[in-house]
Write a protein that binds this ligand. Structure first.
Ligand code: 48N
Length: 312
C-alpha cells in the first residue's frame, strides 16, 4: 500500500473552520459590538480560542524564522544590552537586531539600585542618556538619582521594544557560540546557539534536547558578571581557546571600574563585542557596585563598535 502522501497544511482563519460566524459580534454599522460598561454590562467582542493561539504562533514563529539570520545579536537584556539595543536600533533602523534574554523578565540587575534599595545612581556624564530617554532624576552635582531603577529599565525597555527593527526573545538562552574560520583563516564568532532557558537548565534531566541557531556577522555579549549564566561568552572564549584565561572581576572601586568598563568595551575577538559587567570578568577590571552610568555608556559604545565592525 503506497505511503500516505503528506498534504501541505494551509491554515485558513476564516470562520468556516472556527465556530464563529463571519463578522459575528459586528453591529449593523459594521462596528464590533462591544460595551465598556463597568456597571455589570461590560461586553467584549467574541473570540475563538484558536484565534488567540494562532495570533501568537504566527507572529512568534514568523519572527524566529525571519531572525534565523540577523544583523546583530545582543545576548543579555540588562542595562548594558538594552542601552546597546537602544542606540543601535535608533542609529541604524536598517539593521535586524535580535536580543536574546535567558530570563523571562528582561532587565538583568537594573530593577534595583543596591542592596534591594530602589533608587538608581548614575554618575555624570551618563545622565545625558537618561535625559535622552526622558527619565527624570534628582541632580546631586557629580551624579544624579533616578527615584526607582525600574523607571529607567521600564522606559528603555519600552523604547527598545517599540523599535520596528528590534525584537526581544526572552526565556531564551544562548548555550554556545558559532565559531568558524573566516576567509582570512581567522576564527570568527558568527552566531549563537540557542535553546529555551527551561530546556537549557534541564539538559541532565532529559535525553538530548538539541538547540537552535541564529547567525549574524556581529554578536554583542552583555551577559553580566558571575551568576548562573553570567559572563557566558567570556567563559566560552576560554573553553574554546580564544581567551587564555578569565581576568576575573576585581574588588569594588567605583572611580576605577566605570571608566575601565566603558573604555574597555570592544570587539574582544573577531565578531564578538563585549559590554557591561561581563567585561570585568574578561579583563579583570574592578566592579563598581550600585552605580549604573558605565552600563549605559558601555552599551552605547558597544553599539558604535557594532556599526564600525559592520561597516568595515
Ligand atoms: O544586568 P546584567 O547582569 O548585566 P549588565 O552588564 O547589563 O549590567 C550589570 C549591572 O546590573 C551590574 O552588575 C551593576 C552595575 N553592579 C555592578 C557590581 O559591582 O556588582 O544583565 C545580564 C543579562 C541578564 O538578564 C541575564 O539573564 C542575561 O544577561 N544572560 C543571558 N541571556 C541569554 N543567554 C545567556 N547565556 C545569558 N547569560 C546571562
Amino acid at each position: 500500500m503506497a505511503p500516505p502522501v503528506a498534504t501541505s497544511t494551509h491554515y485558513d482563519d476564516s470562520s468556516s473552520i472556527l465556530s464563529l460566524k463571519k463578522n459575528e459580534g459586528v453591529n449593523n454599522k459594521g462596528v464590533v459590538d462591544v460595551l465598556e460598561d463597568y456597571d455589570g454590562k461590560y461586553r467584549f467582542a467574541p473570540i475563538e480560542e484558536a484565534q488567540v493561539s494562532r495570533a501568537m504562533i504566527k507572529r512568534y514563529f514568523n519572527s524566529m524564522y525571519e531572525r534565523a539570520v540577523s544583523d546583530v545579536v545582543i545576548v543579555g537584556a540588562g542595562s548594558a544590552g538594552l542601552s546597546c539595543a537602544y542606540h543601535l536600533g535608533k542609529a541604524r533602523p536598517d539593521l535586524k537586531i535580535t536580543i536574546l534574554e535567558a530570563n523571562v523578565a528582561p532587565g538583568g540587575g537594573a530593577w534595583l539600585g543596591g542592596q534591594l534599595m530602589t533608587p538608581m545612581v548614575v554618575r555624570k556624564p551618563a545622565d545625558r542618556f537618561l535625559t535622552e530617554l526622558g527619565v527624570p532624576f534628582d541632580d546631586e552635582g557629580n551624579f544624579v538619582v533616578v527615584k526607582h531603577a525600574a523607571l529607567f529599565t521600564s522606559t528603555i525597555l519600552s523604547k527598545v521594544l517599540m523599535m520596528p527593527n528590534v525584537i526581544l526573545m526572552n526565556a531564551t538562552a544562548v548555550e554556545d557560540l558559532i565559531i568558524r574560520e573566516d576567509h582570512h583563516g581567522q576564527q570568527r564568532v558568527s552566531g549563537v546557539v540557542t535553546n529555551w532557558t527551561l530546556v537549557a537548565l534541564n539538559h541532565d534531566t532529559q535525553s538530548c534536547m538539541d538547540p537552535n541557531t541564529i547567525t549574524a556577522p556581529v554578536i554583542v555579549s552583555a551577559t553580566g558578571h558571575d551568576g548562573p549564566m553570567g559572563a557566558f561568552s567570556a567563559k566560552r572564549l576560554v573553553s574554546a581557546g580564544l581567551l587564555k584565561e578569565l581576568g576575573n572581576m576585581r574588588g569594588l572601586d567605583m572611580n576605577r571600574a566605570e571608566p575601565a568598563i566603558v573604555n574597555g568595551t570592544r570587539e574582544v575577538t573577531p565578531g564578538l563585542i563585549m559590554t557591561g559587567m561581563e567585561l570585568s570578568e574578561h579583563d579583570g577590571s574592578n566592579r563598581m557596585g550600585p552605580t549604573f552610568g558605565a552600563m549605559m555608556a558601555s552599551g552605547i559604545k558597544a553599539a558604535k563598535e557594532a556599526i564600525r565592525v559592520l561597516d568595515t
